[in-house]
Ligand binder design. Structure first.
Ligand code: SF4
Length: 467
């Protein structure tokens, strides 16, 4: 096919569940491509000599190669090309913000729509599952050194994946009763079906990884105690503590924080927030909260965001889904006080904002319009503005941390200031994407292997800057 013909093919759109139906349940909203659509989309790729898509991908996935194999019908080969760089392709293909990563850097996006790289990756992984292919790699013979992993989210799963395949027995300690950390309790099933996460854990467990649930490090067992039994410890505790708004009335009954709310719903708690729900924030957590509130019975859901829609950090596809489902985005609005009666919230008072000066990245500062106060009636208010790292795991150990509360690590090795402890993911980066956690987990796994073998920690390593 000539480049001109490739350029003439329009980006393929996946099928989606009907809006009226999907807001009644947690079924996956976006369907995968079928074979014909996947090949047509793959044919849009120009197989660039300098593939900028790879540069935009935090794990440097071999994108043109797997797309080319898909075109030729070599799906199994394409899968193993993806696996070379990614420990969690089924997850990343669904939840990564591709528009800000690989697709945001695809050359075809300069004059139209980028190649739907995430959907092509998902097609390959789903094809493997649908055709009963074995997703696990050969496991090496057991080594005599053991590794403890704190947290079963994407970074913890990645370290377990690489070390287990090198033969190191790994035990994951998870404080929740379910596997997957933020993937399971932070992301609703309509974006990431639970059988996808389960399949990843089944593959890990078949390679000798053990998961101990309901164990909180720092409470049930300390890092020092872990070190008595394990030769190295990797901590990826995530960033699960909701950041507060810091306004009057935040302790009233009816105010729930974003990740706490999602955790409770995703762990099966029946929570009806009432008719009117106000969510504060513009990122993916705020969007997930708003869409989950609709699915658990609320009628009117608002999002309050202090800038405009163009500045919202959430992915565009998620914002489109949100609006299709009837959530109203109140832009240029910031909460200043939560009002209540008898200890229960009744309203949220807000101020109108306008955009002021922009910084070098083009992001403009929201500025208050004095005297523009307005009220919104609410049965529940859910701040979802960001998360902090929970440092429970550090008890008794003098870790170096940043002003933001994240772990200080050597980014070339992911080693902390304590030589037998390595850290990665949100605990190092703050709330970030699954792909970045996967990349850092891969770096940490390599470092832990070198540490256990007593070889040089840095020689011949390539480092990507993810911040
Ligand atoms: Fe294909 Fe886009 Fe990557 Fe070029 S940048 S190889 S067109 S996916």
């Amino acid at each position: 096919m000539k480049p001109k013909e490739r350029m003439a093919i329009e980006r393929q759109q996946p099928d989606e569940l009907d809006v009226a139906y999907r807001i009644t349940n947690f079924e996956e909203v976006t369907a995968g491509f079928d074979e014909e659509t996947a090949v047509r989309e793959a044919n849009r790729c120009l197989q660039c000599k300098k593939p900028t898509c790879r540069t935009g991908c935090p794990i440097n996935n071999r994108i043109p190669e797997f797309i080319s194999l898909l075109r030729d019908g070599k799906i199994e080969e394409a899968y193993w090309v993806i696996r070379d760089k990614s420990s969690l392709p089924a997850v990343c293909s669904r939840v990564c913000p591709h528009e800000f990563q690989c697709e945001g850097s695809c050359v075809r996006g300069k004059k139209g729509d980028p190649v739907a790289i995430g959907m092509l990756e998902r097609y390959i992984v789903d094809w493997m599952v649908a055709n009963g292919k074995d997703l696990s790699r050969q496991c090496a013979l057991p080594q005599n050194k053991k590794v403890a992993i704190v947290g079963s989210g994407p970074a913890g799963m990645t370290v377990a994946y690489y070390l287990a395949h090198e033969g190191y027995p790994c035990t994951i300690f998870e404080s929740l009763p379910v596997d997957g950390g933020m993937l399971t309790v932070g992301i609703p099933a309509y974006r990431l079906p639970r059988d996808i996460i389960k399949a990843e854990f089944d593959a890990l467990k078949s390679c000798g990884v053990t998961v101990k649930n309901n164990v909180t490090i720092g409470k049930d067992i300390t890092l020092e105690q872990l070190h008595e039994e394990y030769d190295a410890v990797f901590t990826a505790v995530g960033a699960h503590d909701s950041r507060k708004l810091g306004i009057e009335g935040e302790d009233l009954d009816g105010v729930l924080h974003g990740v706490d709310y999602l955790r409770r719903v995703n762990l099966g708690k029946k929570l009806n927030l009432g008719k009117n729900v106000v969510v504060v924030g513009g990122g993916n957590v705020a969007i997930d909260v708003a869409r989950t509130a609709l699915r658990t019975g609320s009628d009117k859901v608002f999002i309050l965001y202090r800038r405009t829609k163009a500045e919202m950090p959430a992915s565009k596809a998620e914002i489109d889904h949100l609006e299709e489902e009837g959530v109203k985005i109140e832009i240029l609005a910031a909460p200043i006080k939560i009002h209540g009666e008898n200890g229960k919230l009744t309203k949220i008072e807000c101020l109108r904002m306008k955009l002021g000066e922009c910084d070098t990245s083009g992001r403009c500062r929201p500025v208050v319009i004095e005297g523009s106060n307005f009220m919104i009636d609410a049965d529940a208010i859910i701040p979802a503005i960001s998360q902090n790292v929970n440092h429970l795991a550090d008890k008794g150990i003098d870790f170096e941390t940043t002003n933001w509360g994240t772990y200080v690590v050597d980014h070339e090795t992911m080693q902390t200031s304590v030589d037998w402890i390595f850290a990665a993911g949100d605990a190092v980066l703050g709330p970030q994407t699954a792909a970045k956690a996967v990349y850092q987990g891969k770096v940490a796994a390599e470092s832990i292997k070198r540490y256990l073998e007593g070889t040089d920690m840095k020689e011949g390593r390539e480092v990507r800057d993810l911040l």
